[in-house]
Design a protein around this ligand. Structure first.
Ligand code: HEC
Ligand code: HEC
Length: 160
């Protein structure tokens, strides 16, 4: 009989410990740019995938040395260790035929600053730097200002 009680008490203690260990979701309002107001313990409805812009019009750059964005679709273009579909049009030797902008000369310079006759390995995976675009709502605010649009601070009148 005594062992029975010990087991009952022990299991109550164990259950109480489990109850304490349960994670609690804070009741305060939750907001995340990707999840919206969906609490962490609920699955949000995924937004529709925006169609990739495919206007074929080269976009301007927002800052010097910006990798230009891709103005066309890249769906199903193979880009892995076996093949690079981008180069089929963008390699300097293919540009005349394809009408694509040839890769910049910088893409032939390796990490030691040496210019070679072939694409530098560090420029092989184009989409590391170049990305297609979609016309979508911004997930988070952005106050980026291009350097030429920055207004100089008013001159300090104390300074001569
Ligand atoms: C079938 C040929 C073709 C393929 C394949 C292709 N492109 Fe293009 N790309 C073009 C053409 C043509 C342009 C010029 C603008 C236009 O017509 O869309 C262009 C424009 C671009 C530009 C804009 C260049 C600038 O100066 O603004 C980038 C960046 C680019 N492509 C990257 C890529 C990447 C990365 C891939 C592979 C994922 C790729 N392209 C695959 C034909 C191609
Ligand atoms: C490490 C980042 C990086 C990778 C990887 C890369 N690029 Fe670029 N690319 C740039 C930058 C930065 C520029 C603009 C500055 C310049 O000309 O170097 C550029 C410029 C270009 C341009 C415009 C050239 C011009 O004359 O206006 C094309 C086209 C291009 N890249 C295609 C590609 C393709 C295709 C690949 C893959 C084979 C690739 N890039 C890989 C960073 C990258």
């Amino acid at each position: 009989m005594r062992t029975f009680f010990t087991v009952v008490i022990a299991s109550f203690v164990a259950l109480a410990a489990l109850a304490i260990a349960q994670p609690t979701v804070p009741p305060m309002p939750f907001h995340d740019s990707l999840r919206g107001a969906t609490p962490l313990n609920e699955e949000p409805k995924p937004p529709l995938i925006a169609p990739t812009e495919n206007k074929d019009v080269i976009r301007g750059l927002n800052y010097a040395q910006q990798p230009p964005t891709i103005p066309h679709k890249i769906d199903n273009y193979q880009l892995d260790k076996n093949a690079n579909r981008c180069l089929a049009c963008h390699a300097r030797s293919r540009a005349e035929e394809s009408g694509a902008v040839p890769v910049a000369v910088s893409h032939y310079i390796d990490r030691d600053g040496l210019v070679s006759g072939h694409l530098s390995p560090r420029r092989y995976f184009c989409t590391q730097c170049h990305v297609p675009q979609a016309d979508t709502k911004l997930l988070i605010g952005n106050s980026f200002v291009a350097v030429e649009d920055i207004k100089p601070a008013p001159r300090n009148p104390q300074r001569k």
